[in-house]
Structures are given as C-alpha cells and as structure tokens.
Design a protein around this ligand. Sequence first.
Ligand SMILES: [Zn+2]
Length: 172
Amino acid sequence: MKKIYGAALVILIIAVISWVYISNKQSAHSDEYYMGIALDLAKHHPQLPFSAIIINDQTGEVLAEGLNESTENPILHAEIVVINNAIKNHPATDWKHATLYSTAEPCPMCQGAIIWMGIHRVVFGSSTQYLKTHGWPVIDLAATDLNHKAAFYSGVIKGGVLANKTDTLFIK
Ligand SMILES: [Zn+2]
C-alpha cells in the first residue's frame, strides 16, 4: 500500500513540475522575440528608428510601446515615451518585474528615467558607440556606467540583442 502512495506522489510531483514548466514556456519568450517586436516598430519610423517596449516579466505581456517623438519635443526619446505610456496604461504595476527593450542603448537621460522608475532589466540592440561612429549625436556615457552611479539601483543591462538587424537601421 505504501508503494502505491509513493508512486502516486511521484506522479503528482512530475505533473506539477510539468505544468509549471509548460505554463512558463507559454508566457515567456526570448529576448530576441521581444527585440523583434521593437524592431518592427522602428521599421515604421525609418528617419528616427528608435523604438522601445516594456513587458511584464511574469506574464510576458507587452505593456506599452514607444517611438521617438523628438521632432515634437526633444526629450521624447522612445524610452521616455514608452515609460509614459506604461505608467498611463498600467499605473499600479510593480516595475521591478518589467523589462524594457530598446533598439538602441538608452542615453543618460533615458537610463536615468529607467533607474528612477525602478525597471529592473534593460535589453538593447545597437550600442551608443555604434551610433556615435555612424554620425548620430550621442551623450557619450554607457548605460551601465550610469547604473553604477546609482547606489540604490541594482538593475541589469544586456546589449547587442539582434544588433545585426538594429545596426542596419541606424546606418545613415
Ligand atoms: Zn534617450
């Protein structure tokens, strides 16, 4: 009798582990998948191909999108636009469980906004150095360097995701 209970328990544990694994698989996509969404957005904006999205890490849901609107207002970089849209549409969200994807490395203004908002993870395509060498005006400070200046913040940054594709957008 004990053996039957033991076998049933093992089957139950396997079923629970499988369910957790499958449900995670359904909600979580790769960084390349989400960068692909940002990339498609940027393609609609060839003159200023800066775009950003914010996703909920736990559900995989895209919470907001943003495109560079600096022709209307010089501080409306894609990251600022997506942050404003995210707060407007999801005001009660815990941004510690969010990732911001951007076709280009956030500038100090945008990375500062990301730090103050508490978004814990940033993924970008093209680097500030790449933009600089291709004639884009940049404030020459890496986003990671800015993070290190904020002792209260422990977010992480991953660069170069789909950079082979984002880089081509920024060739003038
Ligand atoms: Zn910026």
